[in-house]
Design a protein around this ligand. Structure first.
Ligand code: NAD
Ligand code: IPM
Ligand code: MN
Length: 355
């Protein structure tokens, strides 16, 4: 029996509701199919925690988390009580950086039973590989208060090490899938980072001559995600470009509430972190109607990460049977609540185990 030690960080808002749901589903899966056990240790780090303690996480949080094999995070942010730049730099971004989670994997595909807002979405099935530790999300810069000459400066930071790492990961994935890779660029813009990004893409591409590689400007690419998503397979992008592309990916699937993601430490030196693409959704938090699919699909990515692909497939199939049966939360056109969707997924898992 393999026991996986996971730190659960429900965080804020709907993060708490959907992590509870996904943990429940994972326990059901483990009990029904055997071979694995999930041991979750919950940490209450959040904006509420900040209100009481003056920090998002305790000083030794990183060393505490490093004892675990994985981190299962809901969402961070409650701008009504803590400004986002404090909560995010203090928790989400801090974990991504301290643990060198430089590769963010975000799939988007046509899900059974969920209507895409696109008139003719075809069967798209793409994965965005997003650089997750630097780029446009840098700490270099600041605010300068000079009366009417006040300004804000933000420097993007692209290191060869991180750029190469994420691009090489994307090529390796393209090789395992369909040998097709698109790199998001903006080399026609007056920025220094993108010609550098393209150069690195070219040099890594030389190691993968059988992968068809194309660099596409981010503005056009964003439009193509809407007009012809089925043409994409693996897409690699910088931090900010990847952030925006993956919200589009979520939207064309039908809702940001269903999109999953994995933040990987490729070296295996630190725990990888699994969290959905969506945030804490303050507008619906506490109503019990958050879509748990994003967090449940994220759990599937965690299962795959630990080599339990068959269980991951059971989870995915059960989830799609539920959406196909029309048991859906309001964001994807249904009337079910979080609990009802979760119970339905659990029931499907138990049915699979019985046959
Ligand atoms: P958001 O993703 O929280 O919400 C955007 C929209 O999607 C809202 O209408 C919301 O109701 C809906 N939505 C999100 N998740 C849903 C779900 N599971 N089910 C149904 N509907 C869902 O983005 P936002 O409003 O820009 O940000 C809210 C807060 O979350 C901010 O503090 C932001 O910084 C933070 N945030 C955190 C993360 C993260 O922790 N990874 C990601 C994005 C935003
Ligand atoms: C995401 C989120 C975060 C990001 C924010 C909350 C910092 O939007 O995970 O996509 O931009 O990475
Ligand atoms: Mn985002």
């Amino acid at each position: 029996m393999r026991k996986i030690e996971i730190a659960a960080l429900p965080g804020d808002g709907v993060g708490v509701e959907v992590t509870e749901a996904a943990k429940d589903v994972l326990h059901t899966l483990a009990r029904a199919h055997g071979g694995v056990e999930f041991s979750f240790t919950d940490f209450p780090w959040s904006c509420d925690y900040y209100s009481k303690h003056g920090e998002m996480m305790p000083k030794d949080a990183i060393s505490t988390l490093s004892q675990f094999e994985a981190i299962f995070l809901g969402a961070v942010g409650n701008p009504a009580i803590v400004p986002d730049h404090i909560s995010l730099w203090g928790m989400l971004i801090k974990i991504r950086r301290e643990f060198e989670l430089s590769v963010n994997v975000r799939p988007a595909k046509k899900v059974k039973g969920i209507t895409s807002p696109l008139a003719n979405p075809k069967d798209f099935d793409l994965i965005v590989i997003r650089e997750n530790s630097e780029g446009e999300y840098s700490e270099v810069g600041g605010r300068i208060h000079r009366g009417e000459h006040e300004m804000a400066i933000q420097n993007a930071v692209f290191t060869r090490r991180a750029t190469e790492k994420v691009i090489r990961y994307a090529f390796q994935l393209a090789e395992k899938r369909n040998n097709r890779l698109v790199s998001a660029t903006k080399s026609n813009g007056i920025v220094h980072s993108m010609p550098f990004w393209d150069e690195v893409t070219k040099s890594v591409a030389a190691e993968y001559p059988h992968v068809h590689t194309q660099s596409t400007h981010i503005d056009a690419l964003a439009a193509f995600f809407v007009s012809k998503p089925a043409e994409f397979d693996v897409v690699v992008a910088s931090n900010l470009f990847g952030d925006i592309l993956t919200d589009i990916g979520s939207a064309i699937m039908g809702s940001i509430g269903i999109a999953p993601s994995a933040n990987l430490n490729l070296e295996g030196r630190y725990p990888s972190m699994f969290e959905p693409v969506h945030g804490s959704a303050p507008d619906i938090a506490g109503k019990g109607i958050a879509n748990p699919i994003g967090q449940i699909w994220t759990a599937k990515m965690m299962l795959d990460h630990f080599g339990f692909e068959e269980l991951g497939q059971v989870l995915m199939d059960s989830m799609e049977e539920v959406t196909e049966a029309g048991i859906k939360t309001p964001d994807i056109g249904g009337t079910a609540n979080t609990r009802a969707v979760t119970e339905a997924v659990k029931e499907k898992i138990l049915e699979t185990a019985r046959v």
